[in-house]
Design a binder for this molecule. Structure first.
Ligand code: FRU
Length: 476
């Protein structure tokens, strides 16, 4: 299906309300996420001139509640010989960079990858790290005249994520050499000059190029946790090699001493669905990190049937670690769900024998909560229809082994991404355990939290129909 096969009003029907989408252009990775002065800023990879990847610049939107977003002008525009690839923003409160005038409040500093064109006079095809800064709280940005600030003469060195490490009193920058499967870390005292500190590789993350790293300090709680326990988590996107095929995001739990990240564990999927890539955290958040991902997949990102806008962000999610009594760490993520969303409580379908169905307006966002059990396998079915038209279905099912899968293979009005229709199965630690689900449906954007946050699934769907029937049925 080509995007133009659908009318403009049809593609507007796919536009979610609580997920960030670009107004009328292309979007990929979230960039420069920061909570600053009480507002959430999301910059993003944007083609200001079209609905396909190209002319990469940083778009900009702000939110007071992480649910509704207001668009601001393009923050970092590309130029003829330089695209502005992914990166991050920090608040340089102490003006350690000297980029604000003496006595003025510290600036916001953006780190991005300068992706120089093949016809660039001195850096043809090179990717290097550069800076822009804002002294008005993030609306107007100035490119630093000393750019690039970090150049390895590499064609795949990108995606700087910067944070402050108070124990060593240094700024830390996490980057990738994408095709070498390596994370490169650097430290700095002034944000302008950077020293290499270490590199990180992992034999089990080898399915695709590495992109968009993030390094997070994550609180640990739970019965096996020590008071004040924390761990460090490296978040890494790979393309392909994702958990549900195509591109996807993983995390590794480990330790960080201010210079070097180490991990003895295996990578775990951040998201079990096909549509969460380049997920990174907001700067300026205390406690549990808050992450946002690109709700798309490089395997088919240019074919989503919306035009001229294309792509959404996932719902934000918080990240936490829970130590079990045996000391192992579980990854717990909670979706940040808008408070005013309609909620359907299906409860425990197996126990109360309910088989009712409820019809809702498919154009309004809604949430369905309930529990699945392997003892009496049930499936949650969402049927999208328009009176006489054939229905499309989204099915959340649990098999007899207790594994939960979200299946969008029949959820589209026209064939879409058949190779990526199933989420990676979620298996509870004890197979007979009940698994709670919390499903958020915001038109084309589906976010699912399973088992109290132990599994999260992001999927896009493109059904026809203005009505949706929600029912719990015996599993097939
Ligand atoms: C990830 C990515 C980044 C790069 C950006 C370019 O999706 O490939 O590595 O900075 O997109 O748009």
């Amino acid at each position: 299906m080509t995007p133009t096969a659908l009318s403009a009003s049809r593609t507007e029907l796919f536009r979610p309300r609580f997920h960030l989408t670009p107004e009328a252009t292309w979007m990929n990775d979230p960039n420069g996420l920061i909570r600053y002065d009480g507002r959430w800023h999301a910059f993003y990879q944007n083609n200001p001139h079209g609905s396909l990847w190209g002319n990469l610049s940083w778009g900009h939107a702000v939110s007071d509640d992480l649910a509704t977003w207001t668009h601001l002008p393009v923050a970092l525009p590309c130029s003829e010989n330089e695209m502005i690839f992914s990166g991050s923003v920090v608040h340089d409160a102490a003006n350690s960079s000297g980029l604000a005038a003496p006595g003025e409040p510290g600036p916001l500093v953006a780190f991005y990858t300068s992706a120089y064109s093949e016809s660039h006079p001195t850096r043809a095809g090179i990717q290097a790290q550069s800076i822009a800064y804002s002294t008005d709280g993030g609306t107007v940005w100035t490119y630093y005249e000393g750019n690039p600030i970090l150049d390895r003469d590499s064609k795949n060195f990108r995606d700087p994520k910067v944070f402050f490490h108070p124990e060593t009193e240094r700024w830390v920058m996490v980057t990738v050499e994408a095709v070498d499967y390596r994370v490169h870390l650097f430290t700095s005292s002034d944000l302008l000059t950077w020293e290499p500190s270490s590199t990180f590789a992992h034999p089990e993350v080898d399915g695709g190029i590495w992109e968009c790293p993030d390094l997070l300090r994550v609180p640990v709680s739970g019965p096996g946790a020590r008071p004040g326990q924390e761990a460090w988590v490296l978040v890494l996107s790979t393309n392909p090699g994702g958990p549900a095929g195509g591109s996807g995001t993983y995390l590794l739990i480990g330790d960080f001493d201010g210079r070097r990240f180490s991990s003895e564990g295996s990578p775990r999927p951040l998201d079990l669905g096909p549509d969460c890539y380049a997920a990174v955290s907001f700067s300026g958040v205390e406690g549990d990190p808050v992450l946002l991902g690109w709700m798309n997949n490089w395997a088919y990102a240019t074919q989503t049937p919306t035009d001229p806008w294309r792509s959404a962000m996932t719902l934000p999610r918080t990240l936490h670690l829970a130590a079990t009594v045996d000391g192992s760490l579980e990854v717990i993520q909670h979706l940040v769900v808008p408070s005013e969303i309609r909620t359907l409580e299906l409860g425990d379908g197996a126990a109360d024998g309910s088989s009712e169905s409820t019809m809702l307006d498919a154009e309004e966002p809604f949430r369905v909560r309930g529990t699945l059990s392997a003892l009496d396998p049930q499936q949650l079915v969402l049927r999208f229809a328009d009176g006489s038209s054939q229905a499309q279905t989204l099915v959340l099912s649990m098999d007899a082994q207790g594994r939960v899968v979200l299946d969008r293979s029949a959820a589209h009005a026209a064939p879409f991404a058949p190779d990526h229709s199933l989420s990676h199965p979620y298996a509870p630690r004890v197979p007979s355990d009940r698994v709670s689900y919390d499903l958020i449906v915001d038109r084309s954007c589906i976010d699912l939290e399973l088992d109290g946050g132990r599994g999260v699934v992001s999927q896009q769907i493109f059904p026809g129909g203005s009505e949706v029937t929600v029912s719990l049925e015996p599993a097939e």
